[in-house]
Structure formats: structure tokens, C-alpha cells
Ligand binder design. Structure first.
Ligand SMILES: *Cc1c(COP(=O)(O)O)cnc(C)c1O
Length: 358
């Protein structure tokens, strides 16, 4: 049985993109970000393909534990750190690096005896105002952390809020805040996400933290992965399951929101928001039917989308459809659905059959 919707994960593209990171940030170590099931690509398979990374980063403890239980031995940093003693003990047990971004976490480190010391990244809020200790508290935090027996190597981290906008001055401001807050501290630092790596070389520092670019996608508001020398890792495919002819004025799909401007053939693709195709993709968003750009019409349903076959009246049931992939950038689908490629990739559902190819 051929599955209706398949996500093809090109592992060679993944290693190509890692090589691209190394080329661009040639003096930095690479912490490959594989949180949220590796941006929807499958965390374990991606971790194995990216074994050459200097470290991995995940958001949550349970993601890191899953990696360890699958036998992944790379360094792993947990971006949200721990929020109680039990979680903290797991960091020691599973040999995980913790990002410490709240004073309460420093208290937990002080109070708990661990089976072995753990590596800590002190995260500084340089202006994003989401997570991180206040810049003026860094010297005091550092002094306390240095004295804690449960802490081995200490490093410094911050996160950029607007690096995806090449015109924003916030990135340089954050860099200045970070430098001032950490002046006089001897430690490795990490600042850059994908947008920092590609757009802001002054943010590279000792460690870079690429996420989206590893998957072949541009982090910039109006950029394309291919223009950055990246190769798209995921392509989503399906096929036509119905072709019908309707008359001028016939309404198509839920809400009768789209009407045929003339007598015309309409195809139904077996892929909808229940597979992760964005429901907000507007009529006119292109999908490739038989390799030909074909506009979708009406509303995206849970299991299907309808397409306008006027350009290819010979299309038949069973014909191949590419929802996104090399010839249909996921960035374009995201724009059509007024979202970002990150969300589209993370939203591919369990129902989709994943195929890993090298
Ligand atoms: C998700 C994340 C990254 C990776 O960001 P991209 O934009 O996908 O490169 C880096 N650092 C932190 C702290 C993150 O949360």
C-alpha cells in the first residue's frame, strides 16, 4: 500500500547544510538545534545524520533523555534547563548541559548535591526579554556559579530577537549589551541562531546554534534557502485521488468560498491540515501536480485540498503531487499561509509516512 502523504527526508541535504554552517562560521563550534522533533523531521534520524556536530541542543529535558536512551553520545544542551531538583538530578545522570536562565535555577544548583558535576550555560537577557538573567546581575551570578561544586564547565549564552531582519538595529544593540555584561569573564560564548550565522558574522563567537538553516530553509523574513546555498531537507508528496468537471458558477468545498469562473476540471489532492498542510493557505497557493505549478482553490480541508486543473486537463487520479520540496519552497507556502516555515515544518502530523533517503 502506498501511503497517501509522504515526507521524504534527504539526509545528504542535512549534512550538506551542516557543512555550509561550518564554512560560514569557520571559527565556531556547531551546536545543532534538533528540538521539536528536529523541526518535524524526526529527532533520532536527524541526530544520527548530524553526528559530526560538536553538540546538539533541544528545548526540553525529555527530548535529551530520548536522545540518550537511543544511544546518542554527543554533548547535549537543554535550552530550557531544569525547574526542580528531580530534573536537575537527571542532568547529572544523563550527562546533559543545562542552560541556566533564572535565578531560581542557581538556587537549585546550590542546594542539590549531584552524582557528578554538570556543564552550565548562563543565559543572559541581552534584550529579547523572554529568558535570561538581567545583564547587570551577570557578575554576581557568575561568582556564585563558579563556587558551586555541582557545576563543571561554565559558558555564556544569549539569544537574538530580530536577526531575521537584516535592517533591524536590535542585533547590534544586543551584542553590545552582551559584551558589556560579560566583560572580564573568561568563558566560551554562544550567540548566533541561523539568522545570526547567515546575516551577522560579528555574532558567531565560540559556538553557533543553527536550527532552521540545517533543514535547508532561510531564517529571513523574505529569504530563500537556496539563495543561502542550502538544500531543502523535507519534501512532502501526495497524489490526486479525484478529478471532476464542474460548471461555471459551481461552488467548491467548505463554505462555498470559491466558485468556478468557467466550466473546468478540478483535482482533489489527498493532503490536508490533518497532515500538516496549513489550513490558512490562500487560493492561488501553488502545488506541483505532475511537476507543473498548479493553484489550489477553495479551503484546505482536513484530508484534502482542491486544485485548478485548467492548465492540465489530462491530469488523472494517481498523478503525483508535491506540496513542498526542491521545486516548491516551503518559504513560499508559509508566506501564502501568513506563517513562517518553522511552523509549517513542525506541524507535519503523525499520519504522514516518513522516508529517510541518503
Ligand atoms: C530554536 C533556537 C535556536 C535555533 O534557531 P533557528 O532560528 O532555527 O536557527 C537557537 N537558539 C535558541 C536558544 C533557540 O531556542
Amino acid at each position: 500500500m502506498i501511503p497517501a502523504v509522504e515526507a521524504h527526508i534527504n539526509l545528504t541535504a542535512l549534512t550538506h547544510n551542516l557543512a555550509r554552517v561550518r564554512k560560514i562560521a569557520s571559527n565556531s563550534k556547531v551546536m545543532a538545534v534538533i528540538k521539536a522533533n528536529a523541526y518535524g523531521h524526526g529527532m533520532l534520524q536527524v541526530a544520527k545524520a548530524l553526528a559530526a556536530a560538536d553538540a546538539f541542543a533541544v528545548a526540553r529535558l525529555h527530548e535529551a533523555v530520548q536522545l540518550r536512551q537511543a544511544g546518542i553520545n554527543n554533548e547535549i544542551a537543554v535550552l530550557e534547563g531544569f525547574s526542580n531538583s528531580a530534573e536537575l538530578k537527571d542532568f547529572a545522570h544523563y550527562d546533559l548541559q543545562a542552560v541556566v536562565h533564572q535565578p531560581s535555577q542557581i538556587e537549585l544548583l546550590r542546594r542539590n548535591q549531584l552524582e557528578k558535576p554538570i556543564q552550565v550555560w548562563l543565559k543572559i537577557d541581552s534584550g529579547m526579554h523572554r529568558m535570561g538573567v538581567a545583564p547587570e546581575t551577570v557578575p554576581a551570578c557568575w561568582k556564585v556559579l563558579q563556587k558551586i561544586e555541582s557545576v563543571s564547565t561554565l559558558r555564556l549564552m544569549t539569544h537574538l530577537a530580530s536577526a531575521d531582519d537584516r535592517c533591524s538595529d536590535q542585533t547590534q544593540q544586543q551584542l553590545d549589551v552582551f559584551k558589556r555584561a560579560t566583560a572580564g569573564i573568561q568563558a566560551e560564548t554562544s550567540i548566533a541562531n541561523s539568522a545570526g550565522i547567515l546575516g551577522w558574522p560579528q555574532t558567531h563567537s565560540d559556538w553557533v546554534r543553527p536550527g532552521i538553516m540545517l533543514y535547508g530553509v532561510s531564517p529571513f523574513l523574505d529569504g530563500w534557502g537556496v539563495d543561502e546555498g542550502l538544500e531543502l531537507v523535507m519534501s512532502l508528496t501526495s497524489r490526486l485521488i479525484a478529478v471532476s468537471h464542474f460548471k461555471q458558477g459551481d461552488a467548491i468545498g467548505y463554505g462555498a468560498s470559491w466558485r468556478c469562473p468557467e466550466n473546468m476540471p478540478i483535482g482533489v489532492v489527498s493532503c490536508g491540515y490533518g497532515d500538516g498542510y496549513p489550513r490558512h493557505a490562500v487560493p492561488g497557493t501553488l502545488v506541483m501536480v505532475n511537476g507543473i505549478p498548479t493553484p489550489l482553490l477553495g479551503r484546505v480541508s482536513m484530508d484534502t485540498i482542491c486544485v485548478d486543473l485548467r492548465q492540465q486537463p489530462d491530469a488523472e487520479v494517481g498523478d503525483p503531487v508535491l506540496l513542498w520540496g526542491e521545486s516548491m519552497p516551503v518559504e513560499e507556502i508559509a508566506q501564502s499561509a501568513t506563517t513562517i516555515p518553522y511552523e509549517i515544518l513542525c506541524s507535519v502530523t503523525q499520519r504522514v509516512q516518513f522516508q529517510y533517503i541518503t
